[in-house]
Write a protein of this length. Sequence first.
Length: 280
Amino acid sequence: MEIFPAPAKLNLFLHVVGRREDGYHLLQTVFRFLDFSDQLGFVLRDDSVIKLHMPTPGVPEENDLCVRAAKLLQQRSHKNLGVEIFLEKRIPMGGGLGGGSSDAATTLLALNRLWGLNWKRAHLMELGLELGADVPIFIYGENAFAEGIGEKLSAIALPPAWYLVLTPSVHVSTEQIFSSKELTRNTNPITIPPFSIWQGRNDLESVVCQIYPVVARCLEWLKKLNNTTLVAMSGSGACVFAEFANERAARHAFQQLPNEMSGFVAEGLASHPLQNFLEK
């Protein structure tokens, strides 16, 4: 069995700058990868069967993004090979950390190699976009400024940082948040370069905090910490984070975490761990 990581991501800010006629929201955000990952193992089959082991509770196998990614790649590549996928989940679901999208991207990256397809990065990114707006960033492989619905990516160099990520035990519905009448959809677009990540915000944050008070409480606690360079919610929540310049400061904050809160400390990555799997 070959094992591959599927890292979490943070949105360092997230602005909603408009809405397309088809209902999709136009965004601007910065994605950062974290050294905190799901793990996926793959065992090839010589038939066309795709089987998922250790499925995510509550998610039917046919709806799992790993299975959908494998079947889509199989269909488009006309390969008769199959695979058994072993999924070990660490990234919380409904947390805004991109776990399902990352799992799908790692499945595409791994099977592209294991099935001997050798597709280029742009080809896999197009396929990934069919599975979800956040899938392409994990195939792109670099921290990035994103526009459009999240698929227009420009690589961005981010300074070293560590993060304390809090994981409230609620599953936030992205669809519910984006359809809220309270959501501001007219934030002025910013240009790259220059802009400051630390002057941004998450436009979804206030809506989520109204519906899920536990998210608001976690944000309030993080904002009281010393030595943070950024406090925000990631994606559509529920996870929130504080950024620190070094590991020591992040772990010191984690040690102060109240008993009713849970979370983890992770380093911000310079790139996706599988970034060198593909040519540009």
